[in-house]
Design a binder for this molecule. Sequence first.
Ligand code: GLU
Length: 368
Amino acid sequence: MAALTDAKRLVVKIGSALLVDAETGQLRQNWLTSLASDVARIRARGTDVILVSSGSIALGRGVLGLPLTSLALEQSQAAAAVGQIKLARAYEEALAPHGIIAGQVLVTLEDSEDRRRYLNSRATMETMLGLGVTPIVNENDTIATDEIRYGDNDRLAAQVAVTIGADQLILLSDVDGLYTANPKINSAAKHIDHVEKITPEIESMAGDAGNGLSKGGMITKIMAGRIATEAGCSMAIALGTSLYPLGKLENGAPATWFAAQTDPQTARKRWISAMKPRGTITIDAGAQDALSRGKSLLPAGVTHVNGSFGRGDMVTIVAADGPELGRGLIRYTSAEARQIMGRRSADIVTVLGYDGRAALVHRDDMVL
Ligand code: GLU
């Protein structure tokens, strides 16, 4: 069974009901302070931490004096616009005393469905983590319409975990995990500690236990579990209401852990391999050697570009004498790739008139 202390890259989802007092619409400052010290302790042992936090609508609603339920979509979006500022500042101020810099990332469902945007958000979050920044992610509620909304941050958090190759996702919730039946209705309901695989039987236990502040019930958590575990990320549903919720989980508080079905690297390689190739990149012996030593593919080693593709499309990489060497997601369009092939990365800006990424296909986006 996974344990929080083993996490290398951890995504923590924080629901509105934990962060915002339902009655007053005010931030639960003590709680956030306790979470920040949990985060600082986990980061100090070398774990990357990404927070996916709800609360913008709940906070904005408090400021605007809007009712708790039945807001029109536009009203929720207006509330989110007001609340997101407060939310981001709250995290910034809670993390600062620990010397941690927070960075705001707002995403939509479209961003994870569009491969180019997906690669951009992956690269940005990766860079943030490299700079020691803790990303604070939420849905970009103000621009998302009904059709392009995640609607709940459980699935958003799972998608973020997949995007950045996290090995653990913790959904902090107002329940301490999955039960065989809804414990609020059925006193015979039993807590489940470990789910090896999400089966239809597990799904049928999920019922729906939504509350006034958050959109997601148990069903969306199970859906998140499916997304995460299939991509190689273990997931836990844990009680978040008390102070130091992550510390409590480390010290054995009850939770439901869902086992990862593979590891993030294998899942990502499988994902890339399953795409339809849109073009072929022929490389020289020098580049072939560099790839075999684990390097990215630079434009300098490319001799031919075939096909018509966009950024983020999958291309096959072949040797001059023909055999396929690997596959990967390309960071330039076919037109751009033709212009910069054979050139040094430092020349990209002169050739294209704008600066791009040094690698044509980054190591992390490649399967050999
Ligand atoms: N993105 C919404 C907010 O920040 C919450 C979505 C959810 O219910 O998780 O208020």
